[in-house]
Design a protein around this ligand. Structure first.
Ligand SMILES: O=C(O)c1cc(=O)[nH]c(=O)n1[C@@H]1O[C@H](COP(=O)(O)O)[C@@H](O)[C@H]1O
Length: 310
């Protein structure tokens, strides 16, 4: 999967992942009304509207980007009805040829991680037949529990040729509270980064490992250090756009061939119609606004995504 992701980024010249984080407040009114009309003014109606919203966005961007990243919390908040739409969204994205990164941020003691890995990446055998749960291509994972919380995910990745993005330095304002603390004089994120690089050696792709890292766009100096520490680790970069991350800050997240990272934008694309520069599209044309936002992001990222001389 990591090789496919890298090839698709190259073909489309778009190191971009569209984050499918459908907050109810972003869903245009006409879709909410349709959802209520079709399924009732309840959890089913709202999640139907969210499904229609996602479908519109996928249809508008699938030929421009290699991947989408549905954030499971945005679906989980609606309970079972939300989870059904999470699954439907994964299936539709896959059908459209997109690589799916499930942003699920799992990680627990070994036996529990094994179950998470089976549910999200692997399969379960019942009566001699294999069944798949969520079946994402990659998922995000939290390394706080250490190796025995991570290795079960890597085992399943090896079996299924799928991948992980392990949190190393997150984009949020409080990320430094723990992640920047010094351990033997070096920040904790460096220790985690080195460990991710080591785990990555357990399952290498052609140029990068199947075991990637999450490094936020909002701490570019850290990104530069981590790129050096993890030369074979593919980086998922959230925090561009809505959280303030800028293309020009991301130069060092990429390698000298302009590869090695993929940048996520969620609100900046799916809710582009609410931004002043796309306001002329109007709510009804939210999907066209999303498409334009992707085209603009692709152009903007050229500031970072260039071949550099060493
Ligand atoms: O793992 C992630 O994707 C993630 C890690 C991180 O450090 N920061 C971060 O924002 N994210 C996710 O990336 C998305 C960012 O959304 P926007 O800020 O709307 O682009 C959300 O789904 C977050 O949960």
């Amino acid at each position: 999967m990591i090789n496919k992701l890298i090839n698709r980024i190259g073909e489309l010249e778009a190191p971009i992942v569209v984050g499918l984080d459908p907050m109810m407040s972003y869903v245009p009114n006409h879709l909410i009304e349709q959802g209520y009309k079709d399924k009732g003014e309840n959890l089913e109606g709202v999640t139907e509207a969210i499904w229609l919203y996602n479908k519109g966005i996928i249809d508008a961007v699938y030929d421009l980007v290699p991947a989408v990243k549905p954030q499971i919390a945005m679906y989980e908040q609606f309970g079972l009805e939300g989870m059904k739409v999470y699954v439907k969204t994964l299936e539709y994205a896959r059908q459209k040829g997109l690589i799916v990164i499930g942003d699920v941020k799992r990680g627990d003691i070994g036996s529990t991680s094994e179950a998470y890995a089976t549910g999200h990446l692997g399969k379960i055998n019942i009566g001699g037949k294999d069944y798949r749960g969520f079946d994402e291509d990659f998922i995000t994972v939290n390394p706080y529990l250490g190796s025995d919380g991570i290795l079960p995910f890597i085992e399943v990745c090896k079996q299924e040729k799928k991948g992980l993005f392990i949190l190393v330095k997150t984009s949020n304002p409080s990320s430094g509270e723990f992640q920047d603390q010094l351990v033997d004089g070096r920040p904790l994120y460096e220790l985690v980064g080195k460990k991710v690089a080591e785990w990555g050696e357990l399952f290498m792709g052609e140029s990068y490992s199947y075991i990637g890292a999450v490094v936020g766009a909002t701490y570019p100096e850290v990104g530069k250090e981590l790129r050096k520490l993890m030369p074979k680790t593919f980086i998922l970069v959230p925090g561009y756009g809505a959280q303030g991350g800028k293309a020009e800050d991301l130069k060092f997240y990429f390698d000298n061939n302009g590869m090695g990272a993929i940048v996520n934008s969620s609100r900046g694309i799916i809710a582009a119609y609410r931004l002043p520069q796309y306001a002329s599209y109007g709510e009804k044309n939210y999907a066209d606004a999303a498409r334009q936002a992707v085209i603009d992001m692709k152009e903007d990222l050229k500031k970072a995504w260039v071949k550099k001389s060493v």
